[in-house]
Design a protein around this ligand. Structure first.
Ligand code: BG6
Length: 474
């Protein structure tokens, strides 16, 4: 496995710890080698030390032991190279030696601006044989046009079955549980539709700011960083029809249909259906944090959004008229990722005070699925109150260690299973919906609304729902 961007945060904080866990669980082939590639002139042992420091920090203390580490470290190697320089791929080829039987996985943990160069340089150097696979980190491009160009140049070197476009949300256990909930239980299917569901809310709220990623984030913003991929993927899993088989083509065919059915939001619609925000100074967990425009590598008069809310709609038979409220932001009050399915109220209020049922699927911080039902409170009279039917997944499965999303997805790449990866047309359909929103913001000069760090986003976000007598379900 060759990791381009091998000394970046993603490689050090996520990929190497995930590979350590796979090694520890005996899931890596005895001869698997992991080669980090980056420009800094590290020696192999300096890189091993860097990797160790990071794995110690990102692997649970009870799971890290020196003996396992020593064996894992033997797999690690480092090569200093510049991925934009074709000549450096000749050196890479020599370094790898000539073994056409080896499966090579190229993991591009780099800026998407380098994807096209890397693919063509691999081809010229003879490193993209039929056994080679390529993994692309999101975002794939920054618009439909750039995504198409990347997909075309990757496609000229690797056929689609060997391209793994990663969206780590699909590797999260609860996200996969959402498919189990929907397609392994008959209970929900009859009510999983417009006639019974009032609205759906998908929120991914973070307390973190942009950390060291200011220069990337300035070009991306919350729409490209989160909505185009993670939130739309969650929406697809909630809304898609049951695939005929659980395999890569069948699952992805159903997801694409949903993306293609998203009602376009463009021009002036953006004023009604979207809210952009940007955090100002505030407090997170009692600590003062600076405004976004004072973060490292961020412009003082930055117009980048760190918060987005969108009212999406799906124009198909099952979902016509049901709003899907999407919301994501940095530096918010709490870290939570959850999906709420709000059912319609009972058609006739027999007792009064009855609230409509609600299904909560929480991905973070804890993995939980709970259904809010109405129950009678003890005593005389029919006084109702909401009670929760609660499935705490960690307890249900004997507190087994939950795999990190990257562990699951890296193993899928190794095994060649692309069910949980985004297909080319899926990525492009997502951009086709996102692009007009971004250009609508620019055409109508919708600059982001300020919100203090540590809050639930700009005030205007409540209007999206309140005008229909609804509210965000926190
Ligand atoms: C990444 C985004 O894809 O997802 C980050 O680039 C974001 O900005 C992260 O912080 C959130 O992932 P998770 O798994 O912590 O919810």
């Amino acid at each position: 496995m060759l990791v381009f961007g091998g000394t970046g945060d993603l490689a050090l904080h996520k990929l190497l710890p995930a590979l350590y866990y796979l090694h520890r669980a005996g899931r890596l082939h005895a001869e698997t080698r992991i080669i980090a590639l980056a420009r800094s002139p590290h020696t192999r042992s300096a890189f091993q030390a860097l990797a160790e420091r990071n794995c110690r920090a990102h692997v649970a203390r009870e799971d890290f032991d020196n003996e396992t580490w020593a064996r894992f470290a033997e797999r690690l190697d480092y090569l200093a190279m510049d991925a934009s320089q074709s000549a450096d791929f000749g050196r890479l080829s020599k370094h790898l030696g000539d073994d056409p039987e080896r499966v090579r996985i190229y993991y591009l943990a780099t800026s998407p601006a380098l994807f096209e160069d890397i693919a063509s340089h691999l081809k010229i150097a003879g490193l993209a044989g039929p056994k080679a696979r390529i993994v692309l980190e999101k975002p794939i491009g920054h618009s439909l046009e750039s995504a198409r160009a990347i997909n075309a140049s990757i496609g000229a070197v690797f056929d689609e079955s060997r391209v793994f476009r990663i969206d780590h949300y699909l590797g999260k256990e609860t996200v996969q549980n959402l498919m189990a909930l929907r397609f392994a239980n008959a209970l929900f299917e009859p009510v999983w539709r417009a006639g019974h569901i009032e609205y759906v809310q998908i929120s991914v709220c973070e307390t973190l700011g942009v950390e060291n990623r200011g220069s990337y984030y300035e070009q991306a913003g919350a729409m490209r960083d989160m909505v185009q991929n993670h939130l739309l993927q969650l929406l697809c899993l909630v809304a898609m029809e049951a695939p005929v088989r659980f395999d890569a083509e069948a699952v992805r065919n159903e997801k694409v249909k949903i993306l293609e059915a998203l009602k376009p939001i463009s021009g002036l619609d953006v004023q009604d259906k979207t809210v952009r925000g940007q955090y100002t100074a505030g407090k997170i967990g009692g600590q003062e944090v600076p405004a976004y425009y004072f973060e490292k590598n961020v412009d003082n008069d930055s117009d980048t959004e760190t918060f987005v809310a969108v009212q999406a709609e799906i124009d198909n038979w099952r979902w016509a008229g049901v709003p899907f409220y999407l919301r994501t932001g940095k530096r918010m009050a709490r870290k939570t990722s959850e999906i709420v399915i709000q059912f319609k109220p009972v058609p006739h209020q027999l007792f009064g005070g009855s609230e409509a049922n609600r299904l909560l699927i929480r991905l973070q911080p804890e993995e939980r699925i709970s259904l809010q039902l109405m129950g009678k409170s003890p005593g005389k009279g029919m006084h109702l109150q909401p009670v929760e039917l609660d499935l705490n997944l960690a307890n249900a499965f004997n507190k087994q260690r939950r795999w990190d999303a990257y562990e699951r997805l890296l193993l899928d790449v190794i095994e060649g299973d692309s069910t949980l990866f985004m297909r080319r047309d899926e990525v492009e359909a997502a951009w086709a919906w996102v692009d007009p929103i971004i250009s609508g913001w620019h055409q109508h000069y919708q600059s982001p609304r300020p919100y203090p760090a540590g809050t639930n986003g700009p005030e205007q976000v409540n209007n999206l729902l309140e005008r229909y007598g609804r509210q965000w379900l926190d």
